[in-house]
Each structure stands twice: as structure tokens, then as C-alpha cells.
Design a protein around this ligand. Structure first.
Ligand code: PLP
Length: 375
């Protein structure tokens, strides 16, 4: 049996939607740019998917663009907004953003005159809004802030910035990848100009990104070619995956009240057991409901994760020791956690599909593995 607790990395695709995806690929596979009846049908399915997404977000369909994933959406937004920045060249962001943001900004810094500042979080992993706003100067054209940190689940003050940013004429991008199905995210309420999402984080297919672009915002295409997505993202549209993604989003919004209540209870019981076992909690008390980052000092993350994996329980790690996962280490370091705590951190992340049996088994196997590995 698989007991999967690595949902911030990716989620299992919803079975019904996987079936829909396969059906669309075999029956409604026409190119939506074709003028024959099958093409017209595919175009209709694509535009209905856009409307479905827009309805979930309470925005207009022409504010929604489909990409290959949040990484592409983020690249597009950051690279394109620099193009329209005029004589401004500064971006304010945080030191705990996903590498899709940080490495894109680094690349722009190396290849253009762009500068960026990274605001550090407090010890709890949350960045203070006044700290972010204090970094804005007359050269700043964009703030890029994640809504929820993928490593700790810390909810950032993404609702508190838009008024000041509008007044100062600073664009606002929110990396909202970790919000869907876990907290209500409506771009209009948040007041952002851009937001990025990945369907595989909410039981949709891999390879679909959703980009929200506020009407009238200027963007230039990242990919040029056949002029799809209103000339903003060329390439034949992946209609089956986009349709499945739109239904995944709808389900995530519809099930959110029940799911968040349930996951909150699970998180509390896991937290209690972790503390009883001598574990330290790295996530803030009011982190997003599905995520708990914890350390058992003295037991290396990968050793514990491997022991759990052998028992059919799958968690994420944020250790420096594994090249594949080292990307996450900087988040805990930014919070001021010491090496012993960082090298022993594991991330437990749940989803709508997590059930009480999964949680009971996680706790049982944690108890077993921690007591074995401690000595
Ligand atoms: N932003 C955050 C907060 C993430 O957690 C991730 C993925 O883990 C990304 C961006 C990038 O998403 P993707 O790999 O789907 O492009």
C-alpha cells in the first residue's frame, strides 16, 4: 500500500479526470486551430475550459492563459514585465521563493540590467509585509511573492500588498502554486496583476500551467510561433490536459471547505505525535492545512525518509545532503534554523486524497522508524 505524503511536490491525478484525459486524447484529439468540425469542437472544449477556470477565480476568461506549468508561467511573467518596465529595473522578492522565481531573476540579472532584492522571512518562515514594502524604491517595477511556501507551508502576507503597490505603480505577481484546494485564492480580491498555478499540484494532469493576467496588463510572448493563446503562447494547445486541469480546479474549489477541515484535524494529530516523539516543528502554527515540516534532530532527513519509504510511507525532504532535494534547503536556512535542524527536516504534505488510515499508518511508521534510528 502507498501512503503518500509528498503532495507539495506533486499529486496523484484524479482517476475520473485521468479517464476524461484519455477519452479526449482518443476521441476529441483534433487541433483546435483546424476549421473542420472536429477542430471547432476542440476549440469549444478549450474555451469552455478557460471559462471554467475564470469562473473559479471570478475573473474574465480572457485573463486566463494556459502554459506548460507554473515554471513557464513565472518565466513568462518575470521576463515579459521587465520588457515593459521602462526606466525601472528593480524587483522585490523574498529569499524563500521557489527556484522558478529566484533562478529566473538571477538569469535576468546576469543578462540584463535587472536588479533584485530578497527579503528574508522571520523565524516562523513568514515575511513581514512592511519589510517587503520598505524595499520598494523609484526603480522598482515588480514585486514577486509566493502565497504559500512549498517547504514549510507558511502563508505569506499576499493579501496585504496590492493597495500600496497600485499607488506606487508597481506590478504584483503572486506565485499561487501551493494555494489551490487549500485556501481561497481569488486574484481580484488579492489585487495582483499576475498569478501562476500548476495543475499537477491539485490532482490535475502534469504539463498544464495556468496564468492569470489582469486585463490591460502588458505582456510579450515567451514563445513565438503560430500565435495561439492570443499570440501570447504559441504552440498547439494541449486541449485534453487543459480540459482535465479546468475540472481539477473546479473540484478543488468545490471540495475545499470539507478538505481543509479534515486536513486540519490530520495535521494537528500528526503534530501532536511528532512532538511526543521529540520532533521539532518547523512550520508556523497557522501554516497551510496540508503541510507540516518537522525535524528529528540526529536523524538525517534522507535516512528517515528512506526508512519510511521502505514501509510504504512517502514524505519529502529538505536536506542539504541530497543533490536532488538540495534546492529546498535555503528556505529553512533563511528562517535561521541551524544545520542539525535543517539536515533532519522532513516535509509531510497531504491532499484531498489523504485519509485517516494514511495518517494512522504515517504515525505508526514514524514511531517505529524514529525509535529505531535514534539509537
Ligand atoms: N512555485 C511553487 C511554490 C512550487 O511549489 C512549485 C513546484 O513545486 C513551482 C512554483 C513550480 O511548479 P512546476 O514545477 O509545476 O512548474
Amino acid at each position: 500500500m502507498i501512503h503518500y505524503f509528498d503532495n507539495n511536490a506533486t499529486t496523484a491525478m484524479d482517476g475520473e479526470l485521468a479517464w476524461l484525459l484519455a477519452t479526449l486524447h482518443t476521441q476529441d484529439y483534433a487541433n483546435p486551430n483546424a476549421t473542420h468540425a472536429l477542430g471547432v469542437k476542440a476549440r469549444k472544449l478549450l474555451e469552455q475550459a478557460r471559462e471554467r477556470v475564470a469562473e473559479c477565480f471570478c475573473v474574465e476568461p480572457d485573463e486566463i492563459f494556459f502554459t506548460s506549468g507554473a515554471t513557464e508561467s513565472i518565466n513568462w511573467i518575470l521576463r515579459s514585465s521587465l520588457h515593459f518596465a521602462g526606466n525601472r529595473n528593480r524587483v522585490v522578492t523574498t529569499s524563500i521563493e521557489h527556484k522558478a522565481v529566484l533562478n529566473t531573476l538571477k538569469d535576468l540579472k546576469n543578462t540584463t540590467d535587472l536588479e533584485f532584492v530578497q527579503v528574508e522571512p522571520e523565524r516562523d518562515g513568514i515575511v513581514k509585509p512592511e519589510k517587503l514594502l520598505s524595499k520598494i524604491d523609484e526603480k522598482t517595477f515588480l514585486i514577486s511573492l509566493m502565497a504559500v511556501n512549498n517547504v514549510t507551508g507558511a502563508i505569506q502576507p499576499f493579501r496585504d500588498l496590492s493597495k500600496t503597490l497600485r499607488r506606487k505603480g508597481v506590478l504584483y505577481h503572486v506565485d499561487a502554486v501551493q494555494t489551490i484546494g487549500k485556501l481561497p485564492f481569488l486574484p481580484g480580491e488579492v489585487g495582483c496583476d499576475f498569478a501562476s498555478f500548476s495543475a499537477h499540484k491539485f490532482h490535475g494532469p502534469k504539463g498544464v500551467g495556468i496564468t492569470y493576467v489582469r486585463a490591460k496588463s502588458s505582456l510579450k510572448p515567451l514563445l513565438t510561433g503560430g500565435g495561439q493563446e492570443k499570440g501570447m503562447r504559441s504552440g498547439t494547445e494541449n486541449v485534453p490536459a487543459v480540459v482535465a486541469a479546468s475540472f481539477a480546479l473546479k473540484k478543488a474549489y468545490e471540495t475545499m471547505p470539507e478538505v481543509t477541515e479534515r486536513l486540519k484535524t490530520y495535521r494537528e494529530s500528526i503534530k501532536l505525535e511528532v512532538e511526543k516523539l521529540g520532533g521539532l516543528i518547523n512550520s508556523p502554527d497557522d501554516s497551510i492545512v496540508n503541510t507540516l515540516n518537522v525535524s528529528f534532530e540526529g536523524i538525517k532527513s534522507e535516512v528517515l525518509a528512506n526508512a519510511l519509504s521502505g514501509e510504504g510511507v512517502f514524505v519529502g525532504i529538505s536536506s542539504a545532503c541530497s543533490a536532488r532535494q538540495s534546492a529546498d534547503r535555503y528556505v529553512l536556512a533563511s528562517m535561521g534554523l541551524g544545520p542539525a535542524r535543517i539536515s533532519s527536516a522532513i516535509r509531510i504534505s497531504m491532499s484531498r486524497f489523504t485519509n485517516s488510515e494514511d495518517v494512522a499508518i504515517l504515525i505508526e511508521k514514524l514511531k517505529k522508524s524514529v525509535s529505531l534510528l535514534k539509537f
